[in-house]
Design a binder for this molecule. Structure first.
Ligand code: ADP
Ligand code: ZN
Ligand code: ZN
Length: 825
């Protein structure tokens, strides 16, 4: 019996007796009770991984705490405890449970997703012949199969896989089980260690420096002096500081002058060294925000929405609050959208806070990630910065959680555990009784709605630092630009002139074209309206095979020969233009300019984004062409002109958030202009110059956008007025996937007629094929479930899945549940 005392403020003083509660890394929702062998009891601590028998398998599990009562009579023993130190603190257990419950995702898999990758242990059974087995072999009374196995094992232990190979036939599992039961063979799990281990480096330390004064004296003394002035130094660093001196180390070591010992190190994920910076004097507006937020810090849970225009000094506010929080001994978690942004925010935090910052993002290697994780666990850092998955970092004593650019869709994980890190930030803040700040120049509709409904509090920064004006936005109507070859159509005379003038001034230009996802959607060349579904008010998608436009929410279809529903014109265009083509055009129009492109294609290699950003900063690039990647919070002081080549591309996505995304994108991209000392200018080309999302972006007018968009959501009963769960069906077999989708749809409908009143309110939309009907050979279908209350929806889906477990379990067909879906394609 041990008492584990933790300093974790949410932990209970738990007592782990001889049994524990374990979450296994399998698709099951329950946790299980296991007994601990006496010798392992002192090692059993919450947050460590254990190896447990489960059915016929051996799997990894996580210690969750004392057993649930009453403890069952017959429980299995755990086989091993895998970690020396826990991987997560006890305070994270309620968080994991909340996630499992909310996202309808098995608890053990939640934890597995949360932990750094590469930790899991895989089992490979090995068979060994026992003494009774040897005796049995001598009696020669066995079936040929059995004696063949036993004879082979006589040569030594062998894995099941090799046994199959050697006997040139599949050995039935039952035979193996029988042999095991009769005690003739022993099945052992030879464990393949996960590939991630802490990094170890050799360090040199000084013992004494009274070396003999011989002909090697100077070189040897140099080494000793270095260690003396530097303190313990890694062998690697010593070798690079004093090249050619390694030959002397053996003498020094053998003579007892120095010691070389291995030490655990944290591999450094940072690039270049960053110089210290001094916090600027805060503006009055910043001061005001900080005073307001400060009142809640260390006291009670509150979420603040920091609405601050681009360049208004939000990051400075985060850093100031972070400094106050860590002064009180608490920690800070900062979430930023993507790797590109991390490098900037990371740099700014590093230059302010130095070594107490840990960074977690998907660009790290498994080893680097693991090192950062341990550093956080050991409380060696007080600030963690990271992308989405950093929400799981094992921080304790959290005082503040910052979510920068909170509107960004990259906080949502697409696949596996489909969580939204922004929402989880609020949940974690609540569970930890701390403050969350969600910041953005273009807050999500949901967050602003939460301010109005009293869930969040708003603080604002309405002006740019140094009172720099917001850039002036000129709208260019693409409908009046008639050139079917495309070049001068999309690079209009106005845009060309502006680019030329900017180049002549020696300033930089950003050209934005969002061509992610869809290439082909219908838009009327006469009136500029996109062709929409009459039931859903969502843009239809062109299907070449059936030559028709189709709605991906409800299945509504019209022939592609139909005239424009708004003006009757038959001049329907399919838009498709990409950044690569744009780059060609620009290069031929401005051969003297240095042009670079930043999109998913050009930034696949590690470090390539950083290189582009650096080139831009050093003015080695005149024109940067990019997708939504360039919209993300970068600070490019040299850019004075932003050209938005076609503002409508995202407007026409078959998604109820299309208007919101468009506004956010346009406002963010425009915000890249004129952040330095020269005022900025934006040329926004569009087919929809009267659309409220575009007008609002032009006027930097969030309020008008919100008021319009919220009406549309209300009328069509979309979030925030309803909640959505999407069922995603996919499989390689086209027919089978479709069948499951249809059967699931029927089961959903049946459930809505269930006598339980609350289920009758669930709207079932679909099943329909997903807008992208096939990805990587998988055929995709979806069903949208909609109602007011998320708890009802979750209950609905839980019941749907548990009542029809067998009917829905079909080989080769995947069924995923997406709570609060963001990616509707
Ligand atoms: P945001 O995050 O809102 O886009 P930043 O925090 O990046 O804004 O601030 C924009 C620029 O203004 C940055 O270069 C930053 O260093 C600078 N800045 C922020 N606050 C101040 C201040 N109080 N005084 C002077 N410069 C500031
Ligand atoms: Zn029309
Ligand atoms: Zn529809």
């Amino acid at each position: 019996m041990i008492h584990k005392k933790t300093s974790d403020k949410n932990s209970f003083q738990e007592t782990i007796s001889n049994s524990i509660d374990v979450a296994v890394a399998l698709p099951v929702f329950k946790t299980y009770t296991y007994q601990i062998p006496h010798s392992l009891i002192p090692l059993a601590v919450i947050g460590k991984r254990v190896l447990v028998p489960f059915g016929r398998r051996t799997i990894t599990g996580y210690i969750m705490g004392p057993p649930k009562l009453p403890v069952p009579k017959k429980i299995k023993l755990i086989l091993d405890i895998l970690d020396k130190k826990p991987l997560f603190p006890p305070s994270m257990i309620p968080f994991f449970k909340w996630i499992s419950d909310y996202y309808l995702y098995p608890i053990g898999e939640v934890i597995r997703t949360a932990l750094p990758g590469g930790l899991n242990i895989f089992d490979m059974p090995t068979l060994t012949l026992t003494e009774p087995g040897r005796r049995a072999l001598r009696l020669k009374s066995e079936t040929p199969m059995v004696s063949m196995i036993l004879r082979h094992l006589l040569k030594g232990p062998c894995s099941l896989k090799n046994l199959h190979r050697h006997l040139k036939k599949e050995v039935p599992r039952a035979v193996i089980h029988n042999l095991e039961d009769s005690g003739w063979i022993l099945k052992k799990r030879a464990l393949k260690q996960g590939r991630t281990k802490p990094g170890v480096q050799n360090f040199v330390s000084l013992i004494r420096s009274d070396i003999p004064d011989d002909r090697f004296y100077d070189s040897r003394k140099q080494i000793l002096n270095l260690i003396e002035s530097h303190g313990d130094i890694s062998l690697k660093e010593l070798k690079s500081t004093l090249p050619g001196h390694t030959g002397y180390l053996k003498f020094l070591k053998d003579g007892g002058y120095i010691a070389i010992t291995p030490k655990q190190v944290y591999r450094d994920p940072f690039g270049e060294p960053v110089s210290q910076d001094q916090p600027p004097e805060l503006t009055q507006a910043q001061q005001h925000v900080i005073t307001t937020v400060r009142r809640s810090i260390g006291k009670k849970y509150t979420t603040y929405l920091l609405a601050g225009v681009t360049g208004s000094g939000k990051t400075e506010v985060y850093m100031h609050l972070a400094a106050e929080v860590i002064k009180t001994g608490m920690s800070v978690l900062v979430l930023v959208p993507e790797i590109a942004l991390i490098s900037q925010t990371e740099r700014r935090f590093r230059s302010r806070f130095g070594e107490c910052v840990a960074v977690l993002h998907s660009g790290l290697s498994a080893g680097e990630r693991y090192d950062q994780w341990l550093k956080i666990m050991d409380r060696k850092v007080s600030i963690v910065i990271g992308a989405r998955s950093a929400i799981f970092s094992p921080l304790t004593h959290i005082g503040l959680i910052v979510v920068d650019e909170e509107h960004d869709a990259s906080y949502k994980q697409d696949g596996g555990l489909r969580y939204n890190a922004k929402d989880l930030a609020v949940v974690r803040a609540k569970l930890n009784d701390c403050v969350a700040i969600l910041g953005s120049a273009t807050p999500s509709l949901q967050s602003t709605y939460n301010v109005y409904s009293g869930k969040f509090r708003q603080v604002s920064l309405t002006r740019r630092i140094r009172r720099m004006p917001m850039p002036k936005v000129d709208i260019v109507d693409l409908r009046e630009s008639r050139d079917n070859r495309g070049v001068t159509k999309f690079i209009t005379l106005r845009l060309q002139t502006a680019v030329r003038e900017t180049l002549q001034r020696g300033d930089q230009i950003l050209l934005f074209l969002n061509r992610r996802g869809f290439a082909s959607f219908p838009i009327c060349a006469a009136c500029g309206e996109s062709i929409r579904c009459k039931n859903c008010d969502i843009t239809l998608t062109y299907h070449k095979r059936i030559n028709a436009y189709k709605c991906h929410y409800c299945g509504f279809t019209i022939p592609a020969t139909s005239p424009c529903p708004s003006c009757g014109s038959s001049r329907i265009k399919h838009i498709g233009l990409g950044t690569e083509k744009l780059e060609d055009w620009i290069t031929s129009l401005f051969p003297e300019a240095r042009v670079a492109r930043m999109d998913a294609d050009t930034t696949r290699r590690k470090g390539s984004i950083l290189k582009i950003l650096k080139d831009l900063k050093n003015h080695a690039i005149d024109i940067l062409i990019g997708t939504q990647m360039v919209a993300k919070g970068h600070d490019f002081p040299g850019i004075t002109l932003v050209g938005i080549v076609c503002a409508d591309l995202s407007l026409s996505f078959p998604d109820f958030r299309a208007g919101e995304r468009t506004f956010q994108l346009l406002a963010q991209v425009s915000g890249r202009a004129g952040r330095g000392t020269v005022p900025g200018r934006v040329i926004m080309q569009t087919y929809n110059p009267d659309h409220f999302s575009i007008l609002a972006a032009m006027n930097h007018d969030y309020k008008t956008f919100y008021n319009n968009e919220i009406k549309f959501r209300k009328t069509l009963n979309y979030p925030p007025f309803s909640r959505i769960i999407q069922l995603k069906i996919s499989g390689k077999d086209k027919e089978k996937s479709g069948n499951l989708a249809r059967d699931l749809g029927d089961l959903c409908l049946k459930l809505t007629t269930d006598l339980k009143n609350e289920f009758q309110m669930v709207e079932v939309l679909g099943p329909v094929e997903s807008p992208i009907t096939r990805i990587a050979k998988y055929h995709r279908w979806q069903i949208l479930l909609k109602t007011r209350n998320i708890r009802i929806l979750q209950k609905f889906v839980r019941q749907l899945l548990s009542d029809n477990k067998n009917a829905l379990n079909r080989p080769g067909i995947k069924l995923a549940v997406d709570v609060d879906p963001v990616f509707m394609l």
